[in-house]
Design a protein around this ligand. Structure first.
Ligand code: UDP
Length: 457
């Protein structure tokens, strides 16, 4: 089908379609809002099964539409979920776009799809739309999967392998994404992240939630060959000291934050005194690890705000919440950005999910890196050795981070030898991150270019 002629001067309808997990919804929704703030008409698509249905949708300038996916609840494991998603949701996406084309005064001109869903490019092409793949992980991580796809990195790797890839720091086995260091752990997800590169050369753009200053070498290396455009950090503008209408939170939550409780509690604490602990929306700790972490937090004798999702709370040691209530607060979900900008927070013990990493880095909060799986080990490597905004915990021979190590890391980041340098670096990156999305900044310009292109062609 031919590309639709533009119907309205200066306006274009862009459809934005994330994979329905919190860490993908947040940056893509944020990107959608940025497009809207620059004059594009945006339709943001949610995919609703019981687990993926948002509790709250944004009241912003963008239009949200749901694709129902009740079959997702009956899926037996990740592989079946992904299979059903591809076979059923692809058809429903095509129907939705077809309907928009026939009925909307702003028919879609571009589809920005999650790079986890490369088949969405076929849907874009079917209707003559521009197709843009959105990468929600760091470009450094994505480039590792690029090399797997190209065969320039081969797995499985030997135990003590050192991996040397173009424009990347040398990576030990523990710095690689977990799907790569242990290819047997999650074969479906490994295939999914490699498949992002199955048709990427046919996409019109490759967007990434990062900024060029942060991953300069690898982005320069890859963007000399492909249309890679950095558009991050995709964080609501309010937190970056800007005021854009309706942009004061991500706005689409799969979990319910205990906002008032967290903020009131933080208000009562001294500046820089609190350790914020969170492992994001997916990672689960073993019971043994949970116990060591709980004991380590207790031993540190610091105030802590710990997010333990409802499904994880049964692993907490009995009476822990009661016993530590003077110093600690455990919540099932936090308003993370409000927490990170709160004056009381002194450091962030994080699983190093890419959003959490970018959020802490962009808001100037030093990190204790405690990576769990997927891209997190590589993010931890960059946090400690490349950007130098944090330290990383060490595991014992059984793979457990012991209470003494937790205590040591908290002391080190709050008042240790490296703490001042880390704080200075964190402040430096905060300024660079903000500049990237400010008017005329590297990411802002890329978003402008995209909007100009889809409104002109
Ligand atoms: N988040 C939040 N409250 C919490 C924990 C996480 O709002 O208590 C948000 C966080 O700000 C981030 C997202 O959830 O935007 C988690 O994404 P990330 O990539 O860090 O980790 P994932 O959940 O994908 O492992």
């Amino acid at each position: 089908m031919e590309r639709k002629e533009r119907d309205d001067e200066g306006e274009a309808n862009v459809v934005v379609f994330p994979f329905p997990v919190q860490g993908h919804i947040n940056p893509m929704l944020q990107f959608a809002k940025r497009l809207a703030s620059k004059g594009a008409k945006v339709t943001f698509i949610t995919t609703n099964s019981q687990q993926t249905k948002p509790m709250q949708v944004p009241s912003t300038s963008i239009n949200t539409q749901a694709i129902e996916f009740p079959e997702g609840d009956k899926a037996n494991g990740t592989e079946e979920f992904v299979h059903l998603f591809k076979t059923l949701v692809s058809k429903r996406l095509a129907n939705l776009i077809e309907h928009q084309i026939s009925s909307s005064s702003h028919p879609p001109r571009a589809l920005v799809y999650d790079s986890f869903l490369p088949w969405a490019l076929d849907v874009a092409k079917q209707f003559g739309l521009h197709g843009a793949s959105f990468f929600t992980q760091s470009w450094s991580n994505s480039s590792i999967y690029f090399h797997l796809n190209q065969g320039t990195l081969k797995v499985p790797l030997e135990e003590n392998t050192i991996v040397s890839l173009p424009s990347m720091p040398v990576l030990g086995i523990n710095d690689l994404p977990s799907f790569v260091s242990d290819t047997r752990s999650y074969p479906t997800l490994l295939k999914m992240v490699i498949d992002r590169f199955s048709n990427f050369e046919e996409a019109d753009w490759l967007f990434c939630n990062t900024f060029v200053e942060l991953e300069n070498e690898i982005i320069n290396w890859m963007s000399s060959k492909w249309p890679i455009k950095t558009v991050g950090p995709a964080i609501p503008s309010m937190y970056l000291d800007k005021r854009v209408k309706d942009d004061n939170d991500y706005g689409l939550q799969l979990f319910k934050p205990e906002s008032d409780l967290c903020i009131k509690w933080l208000d009562s604490k001294e500046t820089g005194s609190v350790v914020y602990v969170s492992f994001g929306s997916l990672a689960g700790l073993t019971e043994e690890q949970m116990l060591e972490l709980a004991l380590g937090l207790k031993r540190s004798n610091r105030c802590f705000l710990w997010v333990v999702r409802e499904t994880e709370q049964k692993k907490l040691p009995s009476n822990f919440i009661e016993e530590t209530s003077e110093k600690g607060l455990v919540v099932s979900w936090s308003p993370q950005l409000d927490v990170l900008v709160h004056r009381a927070v002194g450091c962030f013990m994080t699983h190093c999910g890419w959003n959490s990493t970018l959020e802490a880095l962009s808001l100037g909060v030093p990190m204790i890196a405690m990576p769990q799986w997927t891209d997190q080990p590589t993010n931890a490597k960059f946090i400690t050795d490349v950007w130098e905004v944090g330290i990383r915990v060490s595991k014992d021979e059984k793979g457990i981070i012991r209470k003494e190590e937790i205590e040591r890391c908290i002391k080190e980041i709050m008042e240790g030898e490296k703490s001042l340098d880390i704080k200075t670096n964190s402040e430096k990156w905060k300024k660079i991150a903000k500049a990237a999305v400010d008017e005329g900044g590297s990411s802002d310009k890329n978003i402008d270019e995209f909007v100009a292109k889809i409104t002109c062609n």
